[in-house]
Structure formats: C-alpha cells, structure tokens
Design a protein around this ligand. Structure first.
Ligand SMILES: Cc1cc2nc3c(=O)[nH]c(=O)nc-3n(C[C@H](O)[C@H](O)[C@H](O)COP(=O)(O)OP(=O)(O)OC[C@H]3O[C@@H](n4cnc5c(N)ncnc54)[C@H](O)[C@@H]3O)c2cc1C
Length: 322
C-alpha cells in the first residue's frame, strides 16, 4: 500500500501556517520547522515583567473573501477580536488582533501538526526525487515536497542550497523596522494608535488598549506602548548601538507626545525584514518539476492577509504535483 505524501514547511508564520492547514486538509503528512521558539513569525507578542507587547504586526484587516471567512471563524472561536471599534480611518474594514496574543490564529491553523522550533533550517538536500531538511535536531526524514515560507532574503539562501536560483528571489523586497517597547507602572494618555508623519517615528500604539491584553491592575502589570521607527530611519540606524537607538527614539517620542512619566521597562527589537516594499505580484514561486515552492508576504504585499493568501496558493500549487 502506498503511504500518503509528506511535506516539510520551513517557516511557521502566517504563510506557512495557512499552507499547513491546506496540506493537512488534503490528507498529507505535514512537518513545520521554525528557527524561533514558537509559531507566529512577525505576528509576535512578547511578555516581559507583566507587560504584553505586540512588537511586530499591530493589527490586520480582511479584505478578500477567503481571508474574511477565516477571520470570521477565528472571531467566533475567540482567537481574534476587533481592536478599537471606535477607530475611524479611510478603510471601512475593521482592525483585528489575535487574542490573547497576535499568533493565536497562526497556532490555530497549525493545530496539532509537529513544529520543530529553535533551530534554523540551513540547507535542503535532494535525494532522488525527495528532500532532506538540514537543521539541528531535524528528523531523519525524506520529504516528497518542501515549502519555503520565510522572507525572500532568507528564502534565497535556502533555495540556492537546493540548486534553485529564481531571479525573483534576488531582489530586495523589505524595509527594516526598529521597534521600541515601553512599559509604564500606570496608564498613560495616548490614543489607541497613532500613525504619524515624521522622519523618525511612523507609529505609536497603546498595546494595553487591545482586547484581551491585561491592563494595569496590580504591581506586576504594565501599561505597554509600542513605537515603530520609519523605514528610512530604521535603515540608517539598523546597525547602531541599541542603547543609542533607544535613546533617540525615546527622546523623539517624548517630544511628540509630551509624556514625561518614567517608564519602568524599555526594550528594542530589530526587524531586518519587516514590511514588504516591492512585492513580487504573484502568489508564490514553484519549481517546474522538483516539488519545491516558496511563499510569504513578499509575494503579494506587506500584510498578514497577503501572507495567508500566498501560503494557501503555494500549498495548492504543490498539491497538484504531489
Ligand atoms: C513592525 C511590523 C509591523 C507590521 N504591521 C503590520 C500591520 O499593521 N498589518 C499587517 O497586516 N501586517 C503588518 N506587518 C506585516 C506582517 O506581520 C507580515 O506581512 C506577516 O506576518 C508575514 O507572514 P509570513 O508568514 O510571510 O512571514 P513571517 O511572519 O516572517 O514568518 C516567517 C517565519 O520563518 C522563520 N524562519 C526564517 N528563516 C528561517 C529558517 N532558515 N529556518 C527556519 N525558520 C525560519 C521565522 O522565524 C518566522 O517565524 C508588520 C510587520 C512588522 C515587522
């Protein structure tokens, strides 16, 4: 009796997770690999000293019918909620956040599938028509297909290890983002979110105003604010000493908001590949005959929804070959 095909997914962000659900639904054996401690990718929440910081994506919207269906199911299951229902901007689609963490819908898509975390996949080796995945602690398994679901700069190296060098992966498609996280012992007066026209800061978000995030209640709870630097400022200061970056961003934030309260927590995150500036314009890449594909937000645009659509499209394309 022929066993069912198996597939490896490199990257357990929204793109890899959407693909995993599609593969599992088609009856394949699915194994995910992620270099971080858990699933979610840039849908990331950091919990520190009683504070909850969404230091990557702040929210997402659902514009297309397929993603809107998924978001509705997640909302019914309590995995996402509307953030700041009173917020009005030019976009009629509500802003959703994962609850209690941004990665809740990603984890739900992956379900019980095995995820090998904590080590990067460093290479893909062909053995006949199948693939072996090189990562510390990786299972000694041959896979019928592999889906690379990571930012294009990182996908380029991995694809090259498999002898696949598509021109589409050679292009720079991302802007970096330097992110400052501030924790206060008491609430500070901020709108829930502020998009800003400034050379240094692009965005200030009151993370404690999000649904299902603990508001300051006791000594261990913090009021949490996340500040994203602009792409240009982040690019210029990406390799600068982190304490200096914190100092610059903090001074600019105080100048803008007038908030003089003393934070009890200050931390930085350096996103090298934060938001897509130059998407491919196609849902995914696939080799003609090798059962190898690549997907991610870099295919369709700088949004969670684009990552979801790309992951689903890549899974559908690979399924045709498996
Ligand atoms: C600061 C910031 C703000 C944002 N704001 C918004 C917003 O407001 N709205 C919105 O819709 N989107 C926003 N985004 C974009 C959104 O987060 C992304 O488009 C989406 O999450 C990308 O999903 P992905 O699966 O394509 O990639 P990722 O989420 O990056 O997932 C890729 C995964 O691959 C793993 N990985 C990488 N290399 C390897 C390797 N060699 N081996 C194993 N694992 C590997 C990573 O650890 C990661 O978990 C923002 C992003 C950032 C950083």
């Amino acid at each position: 009796m022929q066993s069912r095909p198996n597939v490896a997914i490199i990257g357990a962000g929204m793109a890899g997770a959407a693909a995993s659900a599609r593969f599992a639904g088609a009856g394949l054996d699915v194994t995910l690999f992620d270099k971080s401690r858990g699933a979610g990718g840039r849908m990331a929440t950091r919990r520190l000293d009683g504070g909850v910081f969404d230091h990557g994506a702040q929210y997402f919207r659902a514009r297309g019918a397929r993603f809107a269906d998924a978001v509705q199911r997640w909302q019914e299951a309590g995995l996402v909620a509307v953030w700041d229902a009173d917020h009005h901007d030019d976009d009629a689609h509500p802003r959703f956040v994962g609850t209690p963490s941004m990665n809740a819908p990603v984890k739900a898509l992956i379900g019980d599938l095995p995820v090998h975390t904590g080590n990067p996949v460093t290479a893909l080796h062909a053995e006949g028509s199948r693939w072996r995945v090189a990562a510390e602690g990786a299972p000694d398994t041959l896979f019928d297909g592999v889906l690379i679901a990571i930012p294009s700069n990182q996908a380029r190296t991995l694809a090259a290890s498999a002898g696949w060098n598509p021109a589409a992966l050679a292009k720079e498609r991302y802007a970096p983002c330097l992110t400052l996280m501030l924790g206060y012992p008491e609430p500070v007066e901020l709108p829930a979110s502020m998009a800003i026209e400034d050379e240094t800061i692009a965005w200030i978000a009151d993370n404690s105003s999000k649904p299902d995030r603990p508001l300051p209640r006791g000594e261990s709870d913090m009021h949490c604010v996340v500040i994203h630097a602009t792409p240009d400022w982040s690019r210029t200061h990406l390799e600068q000493d982190m304490q200096e970056v914190i100092g610059h961003l903090y001074a600019r934030y105080v100048g803008m908001t007038g908030i003089m309260d003393e934070p009890i927590h200050g931390d930085m995150h350096r996103w090298r590949y934060a938001q897509v500036t130059d998407p491919l314009g196609e849902p995914c890449l696939i080799t003609p005959d090798q059962r190898l594909a690549a997907c991610g937000d870099w295919c369709l645009g700088p949004r969670v929804e684009a990552a979801f659509d790309s992951g689903e499209a890549a899974a559908a394309a690979l399924l045709e070959r498996l």
